[in-house]
Design a binder for this molecule. Structure first.
Ligand code: UDX
Length: 439
């Protein structure tokens, strides 16, 4: 089978490379000629474990091709995935102009029956809108079907998520399109992956409801963490105790500085906007977003309190990206937290294994460092902002020698306090009692 994927951003490229790995012939199309030229040489423009190898393999085995020509992408493909951006507009609603532009491009270049699939997160009703756009712009009278097949990829583990998903959602109103989509995902049958077949608006809603629910879980546990701090309880144990109830589940109950990334903040805003549009104010999504922003600010207060004010102080920061294994800085909690601390007069020395280039641009005034120990030089406190694995085994003796104060601000609850205080450090974490070393 031939398919094409329009848009070679994160979702598009992972989708294209993974389908090529499934044995399908894939053409990835993008209007950005420089990006396509780099991809043809196997150069991937973002950080994601395993993607470079998969792209190289697809190219070598002649199943993964790149083009800037929409006609080429449409011509042979039976299935066309749309994976272009849907950035938020100022009112929080998703900007669908790229999706519509692609729709027009497909319509003008159709040469036969096509299954046209939305892969990006698109508001409920986009499938129908796309159908209208294609109908209005078709030059020949070719049949086509619209499918909503939302992605649930997490950055940092996107390939694993694609290859071993919890479920595949197919929203369609044609049996032929459903059969073609099922065929495309055939390699997953071996894993007995559940396939949810439904109508288009329901599939679109599943994506928003899933992301909003995960975001709610995080904001919920972050609020519980704040209360835990006030009553002397330990949020890690609370999460564990809650998560063992399989109606709740143990995932996404990790307290921290609040969520970031390209999905949760944007999808919550879009859901609130959809609610307003249809005359129902979506309260829980709005509250999750508000709690999240306040959690970033609460971290600023936590650092200030632990340091006795930050004016004139130096703080070392480990990790800047919104989560480990990505260089993505979109909506990263570090952006709000560190800007505020710098505004309050702190000097920030920081290191991230993947996002130094991007974060240095986004956080003017921050001192970029080479590694963990460079960060700690003369620091009054060391903040773990993102839980990269390499920060899970710090050499505390070495850190202590170069720091001005032995203080660990563990915003991701990466360490057990006993271990940290054992090295003579004060351990401040989220939703757990602060522990001081024995005098
Ligand atoms: C998310 C969804 O998980 C994925 O299904 C969807 O397709 C895109 O959005 P992603 O944004 O890549 O994926 O990252 P995810 O692992 O979900 O983490 C999002 C944010 O939540 C991160 O900032 C992370 O640090 C934070 N988080 C996650 C917590 O603070 N606590 C948790 O328990 C889990």
């Amino acid at each position: 089978m031939h398919i094409s994927v329009i848009g070679t951003g994160y979702v598009g490229l992972v989708t294209g490379a993974c389908f090529a790995e499934f044995g399908v012939n894939v053409t990835c199309m993008d209007t950005d000629a420089r990006r396509i030229a780099r991809l043809e040489k196997g150069e991937v423009p973002f950080f994601e474990p395993g993607i470079t190898e998969l792209v190289a393999k697809g190219i070598k085995e002649d199943r993964l091709h790149f083009t800037t020509d929409v006609a080429k992408a449409v011509d042979k493909a039976l299935v066309i995935f749309i994976a272009v951006g849907t950035p938020p507009k100022s009112d929080g609603s998703a900007d669908l102009s790229y999706v519509e532009e692609v729709g027009r491009g497909i319509a003008k270049n159709m040469t036969g029956y096509k299954v046209i699939v939305t892969k990006s997160t698109v508001p409920v009703g986009t499938g129908e809108k796309l159908r209208e756009v294609i109908k209005a712009n078709q030059t020949g009278r070719f049949r086509f079907d619209i499918v909503s097949n939302p992605e649930f990829l997490r950055e940092g583990s996107a390939i694993e998520d694609f290859m071993r998903p919890n479920r595949v959602v197919i929203g369609a109103d044609s049996e032929q399109a459903v059969a073609i989509m099922k065929d495309l995902y055939r390699p997953l049958y071996l894993l007995e992956t559940p396939i949810v077949v439904t109508d288009i608006p329901t599939a679109e809603m599943i994506k928003y409801a899933s992301n909003a629910f995960l975001a709610v879980k995080i904001s919920f546990i972050n609020e519980i963490a704040t209360v835990c701090e006030k009553v002397g309880a330990d949020v890690q144990m609370v999460s564990k105790g809650m998560g063992l109830d399989n109606r709740i589940g143990n995932k996404f109950l990790h307290a921290g500085p609040g969520f970031g990334g390209s999905c949760f903040p944007k999808d919550l805003a879009a859901l609130v906007q959809t609610g307003e549009r249809v005359g129902y104010p979506f309260q829980i999504a709005g509250a999750a977003a508000k709690v999240n922003y306040e959690q970033h600010l609460r971290m600023v207060e936590k650092v200030k309190e632990a340091c006795g004010g930050v004016k004139g102080k130096t703080l070392g920061v480990l990790g800047l990206s919104f989560k480990p294994n990505t260089n993505d800085m979109r909506e990263a909690p570090s952006l709000t937290i560190l800007s505020e601390l710098m505004k309050e007069g702190a000097t920030i020395r920081a290191y991230d294994p993947a996002s130094m280039e991007e974060s240095t641009k986004l956080l003017p005034g921050m001192v970029p460092c080479q590694d963990t120990y460079d960060v700690a030089e003369g620091a009054d406190g060391l903040i773990i902002m993102t839980e990269w694995n390499q920060f899970r085994n710090l050499d505390f003796d070495r850190l202590k020698k170069s720091m001005r104060q032995p203080l660990l601000l563990d915003l991701r609850n990466t360490y057990e306090s006993d271990r940290v205080v054992g090295f003579g450090f004060r351990h401040v974490s989220v939703g757990r009692p602060t522990k001081n070393p024995a005098a």
